[in-house]
Ligand binder design. Sequence first.
Ligand code: F6R
Length: 357
Amino acid sequence: EKGTYPHFMLKEIDEQPFVMRNIINQYQNENGDLKLDDDIRAAMKEADRVYIIACGTSYHAGLVGKQLIENIANIPVEAHIASEFVYNMPLLSEKPLFIFISQSGETADSRAVLVEVKRLGHKALTITNVPGSTLSREANYTLNLYAGPEIAVASTKAYTAQIAVLAILAVDSARAKGIELDFNPLQELAIVANAMEVLCDQKEEMEKIAREFLAVTRNAFFIGRAADFYVCLEAALKLKEISYIQAEGFAGGELKHGTIALIEDGTPVIALATQEHVNLSIRGNVKEVAARGAYTCVISMDGLQEEGDRVVLPKIHPYLTPLVSVLPMQLISYYAALHRDCDVDKPRNLAKSVTVE
Ligand code: F6R
């Protein structure tokens, strides 16, 4: 039930702090330590390479997951779009572990890969919001997202839940391998939950940005570097699917290799600047597009902000910035769709669960 909310999407965006806290509770033991299935821990420890398979928003969470698992657990990871993996199967490593990320657990493109993976005799872990789903039943192991039912077609809380669970999995795998870490994911996720709450209270500003930048435009671009680039891909998908604005997420460094040709007078460009090591370069990109007429909006993070930034996110651990930086993007897409009279919860041509290939 959406209660007092006008749309499920807005309700589900607002639920994200609770989902983070729920994940913290579900994945800790009585001592407040991480608690994960021993079999999953063993499978991750055994794997010489992880293959993440997913579609759409879940694939975008997988891109963040790749970074988390590689940086935290030191296991090589490839992230693939399920529908392409079937034809372009890479040469597999000796001991691969497959991770399927799927909110619904019913996505046919992902299932086609799972069937093939099982035929080849490899192990699979499904990360899903629906434990009894097809992908969960057919895989060897399952991790639950504990996000509660997601009704809006545009995925929001499942995306952040997927990243949170991937961070927990990465840390558990690192511990299994004896890697020393000064990163406590449960503590950091609690900080994330509070930061999300702060942003959920800034809806008026997000609505203003949507009105100013996206109410009448034909197209829109999101630019970012490093982890911000992955969030830009997700921001563009969110905006496309519910507002029908042609939107693209670009890696800041790629602009000069072609895409900057698209910038005209008044083209909206929303930039994410939450990554300290690339802050100078993304700021440079913002100046480049502004010099060519773009109408720019910068979303940065406490400690990295500059005058004129439209949103400044509370500071959180660098591993987990996508969990917080995606939230203004979700809200901006939501309000853009409202301004354009679109059916937010049921966008045209789309189904919540895609059960055909
Ligand atoms: C976008 C969206 C889709 C799904 C994709 C995969 O908002 O919801 O891109 O992410 O269809 O669905 P699941 O995660 O159920 O496999």
